[in-house]
Design a protein around this ligand. Structure first.
Ligand SMILES: Nc1ncnc2c1ncn2[C@@H]1O[C@H](COP(=O)(O)OP(=O)(O)O)[C@@H](O)[C@H]1O
Ligand SMILES: [Mg+2]
Length: 322
């Protein structure tokens, strides 16, 4: 079964691309065929994190129709079973991607043959980034424990939930109006829960309320905490998870914890991906744990809510045992 994982972050510089490159390697080493797709158009640098020179046609050529199929852009890497589709650093980002190009791109991404397709999305909450994130209901978000990163991860999730619900109803529908009114009327000092929005939609029509509820319950994004320093980071992580569950009314889980390690940045200069160079480092161990979770299906394919701190405690325990 193929797993498409769009990977986003609220803000840049949290190590998303570095994580994707190393996660791809870890998945390939675990025997999974993996294609990494650089969709961070405008600031593509996945090739750098993989130690590959940027001299091949990429998504930019596809968008400007110099290349007609996405498949033709797939490059092998030095790691067996790991493939790569380059981005384009000359393009002004995905923000202005025409609708039909976006549709075609999504369709062709879905047709690629591999066990895992990891998509590096640009930072931030532009519509196009969110639409790519919503290709899957279990996309990943990379954050650091810094307050600014946590807050922007939350904003990203909120925008994604909004768009998910909005897209669930036809254009010009009363439901869309209700959704729009709800998010554009901030109530000072109170944290409005999307559960209240579901109630509002139910008042209009019980079917619509049910539909919205189902959408929320089947949206199951998972978070990777990168550049962690201490066990305190786990409580920061728990806050983000809890507030997302409460206010956004979605199941959400932490799936990876990767420590801060200055040598990770240095791997860019040596052009040797970090987990190949230091397979026994805590960063590489964290990556393997993440890989196990993604491949072993220990996470539910049908979303479910975890009780209390189950996911975080489990991660803490596993890291201790390593
Ligand atoms: N776990 C880590 N420890 C230390 N530095 C890291 C770690 N992860 C990423 N970095 C560094 O952070 C910087 C930003 O990483 P990058 O992957 O380009 O971020 P993003 O894609 O989120 O913008 C890079 O210099 C990278 O080497
Ligand atoms: Mg990046």
């Amino acid at each position: 079964m193929k797993t498409i994982l769009p990977i986003a972050s609220g803000k840049g510089g949290v190590g998303k691309t570095m994580c994707i490159a190393n996660l791809g390697i870890a998945l390939a080493q675990a025997g999974k065929t993996c294609i990494l797709v650089d969709l961070d158009l405008g600031s593509s640098n996945l090739h750098t994190c993989l130690g590959i020179k940027n001299r091949h046609p990429g998504i930019g050529n596809y968008i400007y129709k110099q290349e007609s199929s996405l498949e033709a852009l797939v490059l092998p890497t030095e790691v067996p079973q790991l493939y790569f589709i380059p981005g384009d650093s000359l393009l002004p980002g995905t923000a202005n991607l025409p609708y039909f190009t976006k549709k075609k791109l999504i369709r062709e991404l879905d047709q690629l043959v591999a066990d895992f397709i990891l998509i590096d999305l640009g930072a931030g909450s532009s519509y196009n980034v969110i639409d790519f994130f919503l290709i899957s209901n279990t996309g990943l978000i990379v954050t650091t424990p810094e307050t600014t990163a946590i807050l922007s991860s939350y904003s990203f999730l909120k925008s994604a939930v909004y768009r998910l619900l909005y897209r669930s109803f036809p254009s010009k529908s009363r439901e869309r109006e209700i959704i729009q009114d709800f998010v554009s009327t901030p109530i000072e000092g109170s944290s409005l829960s999307f559960q209240q929005l579901v109630a509002k939609l139910s008042e209009h029509s019980s079917d619509s309320g049910l539909k919205a509820e189902e959408q929320l319950q089947s949206f199951f994004p998972r978070i990777i905490l990168n550049m962690g320093n201490s066990s305190q980071d786990f409580s920061v992580a728990a806050k983000l998870r809890d507030i997302s569950r409460k206010n956004l009314a979605i199941p959400m889980e932490f799936i990876g914890f990767l420590p801060h390690d200055p040598a990770v940045s240095r791997s860019i200069f040596t052009r040797v991906p970090y987990i190949l160079d230091k397979p026994n480092s805590p960063f590489a161990q964290g990556m393997r744990l993440l890989t196990q979770k993604l491949t072993a299906g220990t996470f539910p394919s049908t979303p479910q809510l975890f009780e209390d701190d189950e996911d975080i405690q489990e991660l803490q325990q596993e890291l201790k045992q390593e």
